[in-house]
Design a protein around this ligand. Structure first.
Ligand code: PLP
Length: 388
């Protein structure tokens, strides 16, 4: 009998939906023309598919097709939005952001600080992982070029009050960029209603293959280019267009933001609650981040007297793919800046566990995860020199 293995790391990446792959395949095997080869029909058909995909994505996001630019993913969109908006506002050298941004935002801001003399104000997120609107109000200055606050955090899942933050920024005529890579497809977003000037998204967090994303640039918002070349994407983002990726993104968005996707969100949220309740019954386990204002599939707990990497490795042996915030992607042993920002001491941040559920997960998976975590914690605590 095949052993059960539960994938509970959907915040890292998701499985490609069969219907997404199905619509993409012809654009690799048959209709593989270059969307910018407009003199013959083979290229024109690729262009038509690209523009149809753009219109469908825009409809799902509540914006106009001309406001959506395809990119290679979240990291590129984040870099483009920040560097492009900052450099378009010459003379303004101050940026406000939150202390829990993804490295794609955080490291881009640090680069501007180090190499181009920008000053960054990092807004506190307090114990619940949420930015306070009044703090943004106080942080804005005459020379503020941009505000960037993420929609939902990738580690603790907390959802920020973006609409209120945008109002405050706009009252001072400061543009607003939002990294919505974890949020798009998982919570309701209507871009025109939200009011942001720039917003990034990534396909592989919502069931497309890796390598497709988008940047929303509100009409009238000018940013400089990040990538120069043949002038694709209305001369704003060069590089041969990823037609198959764009077509896949449209179908994924239609599923995740449509009726079925919304029903899925409610089901996933119920699974999340069950998982959190079960984990909190275990001794010395605490929930990180606000319980209510969080992504439907996100669970993040700290387990005292445990070291995160050991926990993840044992969970893998037990048949669960999860993630930890203790040793981050840089392979340093520093705990995650997100967990430190919500006030966790180092030793507790080190024992953190992120489980992220999505459309493939079931109630049975939650029971399996709970059993695996309980057994793993018992085993590790029995061996731990830190133990109780
Ligand atoms: N922003 C957030 C909040 C993310 O979670 C991620 C990926 O984990 C990214 C940006 C980067 O996206 P990509 O993997 O598409 O480059």
């Amino acid at each position: 009998m095949e052993r059960k293995y539960v994938y509970a790391d959907n915040a890292a990446t998701t499985r490609v939906l069969p219907q997404v792959l199905e619509v993409m395949t012809p654009y690799y095997l048959e209709e593989y023309g270059n969307a910018s080869s407009g003199f013959y029909s083979f290229g024109q058909r690729a262009r038509a598919a690209l523009e149809d995909a753009r219109a469908r994505c825009a409809k799902m996001l509540g914006c106009d097709a001309e406001e959506l630019f395809f990119t290679s993913g979240g990291t590129e969109s984040d870099n483009w939005a920040i560097l492009g908006a900052a450099r378009a506002r010459k003379g303004k050298k101050h940026i406000v952001s939150s202390s829990i941004e993804h490295p794609a935002v955080r490291n881009t801001l640090l680069k501007l600080q180090k190499e181009e003399g920008y000053e960054i104000t990092w807004l506190d997120v307090y114990e619940n992982g949420i930015v306070r609107v009044e703090d943004l109000e106080k942080a804005l200055r005459e020379d503020t070029a941009l505000v960037c606050v993420m929609f939902a955090n990738n580690e603790i899942g907390t959802i920020q009050p973006i609409r209120e933050l945008v109002e405050v920024a706009h009252a001072k005529k400061v543009p607003f960029f939002c990294d919505a890579v974890q949020a798009v497809g998982h919570v309701d977003i209507d871009l025109h209603e939200l009011g942001v000037d720039l917003l990034s998204l990534s396909g592989h967090k919502l069931h497309t293959p890796k390598g497709i994303g988008a940047l929303y640039i509100k009409k009238g918002m000018w940013i400089t280019n990040l990538i120069e070349g043949g002038g694709q994407e209305k001369r704003k983002r060069s590089g041969t267009e990823n037609v198959a990726g764009a077509v896949g993104l449209a179908v994924a968005l239609e599923f995740m933001c449509g009726e079925e996707g919304k029903r899925e969100r409610a089901r996933i949220l119920a699974l999340r609650e069950k998982l959190i309740d079960g984990l909190l019954e275990i001794d010395h386990v605490r929930l990180n981040g606000d319980r209510e204002r969080r992504l439907p599939g996100n669970v993040n707990v700290s387990c005292r007297f445990i070291e995160g990497e050991g926990l993840i490795m044992w969970l893998d042996i037990m048949g669960v793919a999860a993630s930890t915030g203790s040793a981050c992607s840089t392979a340093s042993l520093d705990p995650s800046h997100v967990l430190l920002a919500i006030g966790l001491p180092h030793e507790i941040a080190h024992g953190s566990l992120r489980l992220s559920l999505d459309v493939d997960n079931t109630e049975e998976d939650v029971e399996f995860i709970l059993d695996a975590v309980k057994k793993t914690l018992e085993k590790l605590r029995a061996m731990s020199p830190l133990s109780i």
